[in-house]
Design a protein around this ligand. Structure first.
Ligand code: 5AD
Ligand code: SF4
Length: 469
C-alpha cells in the first residue's frame, strides 16, 4: 500500500502561539515546566523527543520532578502487562498532586493509550487525567494540548490513520552526541504474542531522502552515534514509490563523510538479508553488532508465534554474519513461557543460545496481551515453571557473556565514551559491538571516540585503560 508523506505541522502554528501565551499566565514558576516520563522502547523515546520539541516551541522547559511541573506526561508502553501495571500505579499516585495544584495538566500517551479498554479505564478511574492520546496523534499535539487547557473538558484522542508519515515535527533530543533516527513506523508482522501492530498500526517507511538529510544534519551537528529505528528495519521500503532496501539506505548513510557510528534496531530474521550483512562487513561507520531477536529455539513454537523462519534459517544468517563480519557481536530477544512451551521446546532455546554465543540477551517471560492470538492459546505451564526456566536461561547466558568478555582481555577497542559512572568514578563507554567498557579518565572525553586496552572482564562488563593507538 502506498503511504502518504504529510507535511502539515505548519497547521499547528496557531495552537503553539496560543498555548504559549496561555502558559505564560498558567505557569507556577518563572517558566512553564514539563515533566515527561517515557517508558518502553526506543521508538517511544523518539516520540518523546518530538513531544519535547513541540513543548519547547510553546515555551516550556523541562524538569524531572512531577511536583514542580505545569504539565506532566507519561509516555507509555504496552508490550508487557508489568509495564502497564506500573503506569496505573504511577498515574494513581498523581491524584493528590492534582488536588494540590489544580492547574497542572496530567496527560498520558504512547502504546497503552491506543488500546480502547485502557483508554476507557483511564477515563473512568482517573478523572484527573485531562489529556490522553495514542501514537497516531502525536503530530497534532499542540492542538490537543491547547484544547485540554482551554476547552473545559477532557481530551481523548486515538488515531487510526495508518497511511500517513508526518514530517517536519521539531525534535528536542535528549542527548548531544547520540541520536535516534526513525526510518519507519508501525509493524505488519503480527507475531502472535505481540501488541505492537495493534498499537502502532501498519508499517510505513519514511522517504529515503528525508532520512538521509536528517542523518547528514545529525553528523554536521556533531552527533557521534546515530541509531536507525524501526520495528523491523529489514523490511524498510515497502510502499515507497521509489524502491529502496534497508541495505541501500544504511549504505547511503555510511557514505556520509565524518567520524560517527551507525547502529540500527530491530532486525527481523525473516527479512535480514545477506546483502545487509555484506554492507555491514564493508562499511566505515556501521557497528559490528547485529541485534537479531529469535524469541524461541523451537521450530514448533516459532510457527505458533507466526515468526516465518525456523531455527535452521536463523542459524544460516548468524553463521553468514560470523563469517563476514570480524568479531561480530550478536544479541537477541527471547520469550520464555510462550503458551504451551514444553521442557523440550525450552531446551531448544537453551541449545540455540549455546550454539550462537550471544554477547547479551534481552529475556522476557511471556505476558498475555489482550487482543493478540496467543492470548487465546492454552497455557498450562505454571508461573513457577516459567520462572525456573527463566533463571536457567539467565545462568547460561551469564556464563557465555563472561567467556566472551574474558576473550577480549588484552585487545584494543575503539569506543564511544558515554558518561561518568558516579558510583566508581570511572568513565563508561561502549564498543562497536555494544559492550560496556569502564576506564579511568577525564570527563572531557565524554562524547568522543577513544581507544581502550581491555585489562579485565567482570562478567559482561569490561575494564580497561585509555591508550593512543
Ligand atoms: N510477552 C513477553 N515478551 C514480549 N515481547 C513482545 N511481546 C511480548 C509479550 N507479549 C518481547 C519480544 C520482543 C521484545 C521487544 O519484547 O521479545 O522482541
Ligand atoms: Fe511485535 Fe513481531 Fe512486530 Fe516485533 S516484529 S513489533 S515482535 S509483531
Amino acid at each position: 500500500m502506498i503511504r502518504k508523506i504529510v507535511n502539515d505541522y505548519n497547521e499547528q502554528a496557531e495552537y503553539i502561539a496560543l498555548a504559549k501565551e496561555i502558559m505564560q499566565i498558567r505557569k507556577r514558576g518563572d517558566v512553564p515546566l514539563a515533566c515527561i516520563r517515557t517508558y518502553g522502547c526506543q521508538q517511544n523515546v523518539a516520540d518523546g523527543e518530538k513531544i519535547k520539541g513541540m513543548l519547547s516551541e510553546m515555551g516550556f522547559e523541562f524538569t524531572d520532578k512531577t511536583e514542580e511541573a505545569d504539565f506532566i506526561l507519561f509516555n507509555t508502553c504496552a508490550v508487557r502487562e508489568h509495564a502497564e501495571d506500573r503506569i496505573f500505579g504511577n498515574v494513581g499516585a498523581l491524584k493528590a498532586l492534582k488536588k494540590r495544584h489544580p492547574t497542572v495538566l496530567i496527560a498520558l500517551c504512547g502504546c497503552m493509550m491506543e488500546q480502547e479498554h485502557i483508554a476507557n479505564r483511564i477515563y473512568k478511574s482517573f478523572p484527573f487525567v485531562g489529556l490522553v492520546f495514542g501514537t497516531h496523534a502525536i503530530h497534532k499535539f499542540p492542538d490537543m494540548f491547547y484544547k485540554s487547557i482551554t476547552g473545559g473538558r477532557r481530551v481523548f484522542e486515538r488515531g487510526n490513520d495508518d497511511l500517513c508519515v508526518h514530517e517536519g515535527i521539531p525534535v528536542k533530543r535528549d542527548g548531544s552526541f547520540k541520536a535516534w533516527l526513525s526510518i519507519m513506523y508501525g509493524c505488519d508482522n503480527f507475531c502472535s504474542y505481540c501488541i505492537v501492530p495493534y498499537t502502532r498500526g501498519r508499517e510505513r517507511s519514511r522517504n529515503f531522502e528525508d532520512i538521509l538529510s536528517e542523518a547528514r544534519s545529525l553528523v554536521e551537528n556533531g552527533y557521534k552515534e546515530i541509531t536507525l529505528l524501526g520495528q523491523n528495519v529489514n523490511s524498510y521500503g515497502k510502499g515507497l514509490e521509489e524502491k529502496h532496501t534497508f541495505a541501500e539506505l544504511i549504505k547511503a548513510i555510511d557514505d556520509i563523510e565524518g567520524d560517527f557510528l551507525i547502529r540500527f534496531m530491530t532486525s527481523h530474521p525473516k527479512d535480514c538479508s545477506k546483502e545487509l550483512i555484506d554492507v555491514i562487513a564493508n562499511s566505515k561507520h556501521i557497528s559490528k553488532h547485529l541485534h537479531l531477536p529469535f524469541q524461541s529455539g523451537s521450530d514448533r513454537l516459532l510457527k505458533q508465534m507466526n515468526r516465518h523462519y525456523d531455527r535452521a534459517k536463523y542459524l544460516d544468517i548468524v553463521n553468514y554474519a560470523k563469517e563476514k563480519i570480524k568479531d561480530v557481536s550478536l544479541t537477541s530477544d527471547i520469550i520464555v513461557g510462550f503458551p504451551g512451551e514444553t521442557e523440550e521446546d525450552f531446551e531448544q532455546t537453551l541449545s540455540l543460545v549455546e550454539e550462537v554465543g550471544f554477547t547479551s540477551l534481552f529475556t522476557f517471560i511471556y505476558s498475555r496481551r489482550k487482543g493478540t492470538p496467543a492470548a487465546e492459546m492454552p497455557d498450562p505451564t505454571t508461573d513457577e515453571q516459567k520462572g525456573e526456566r527463566f533463571s536457567r536461561l539467565l545462568k547460561l547466558q551469564e556464563r557465555i557473556a563472561a567467556e566472551r568478555c574474558a576473550s577480549m582481555v588484552n585487545s584494543t577497542e575503539r569506543v564511544l565514551v558515554e558518561s561518568l559512572n558516579e558510583k566508581n568514578g570511572m568513565l563508561s563507554a561502549r564498543t562497536s559491538g555494544n559492550i560496556i567498557v569502564e576506564a579511568p579518565g577525564d570527563e572531557s572525553l565524554i562524547g568522543t571516540f577513544a581507544n581502550v586496552k581491555i585489562t579485565k572482564a567482570r562478567n559482561w562488563i569490561l575494564q580497561g585503560e585509555f591508550v593512543n593507538k
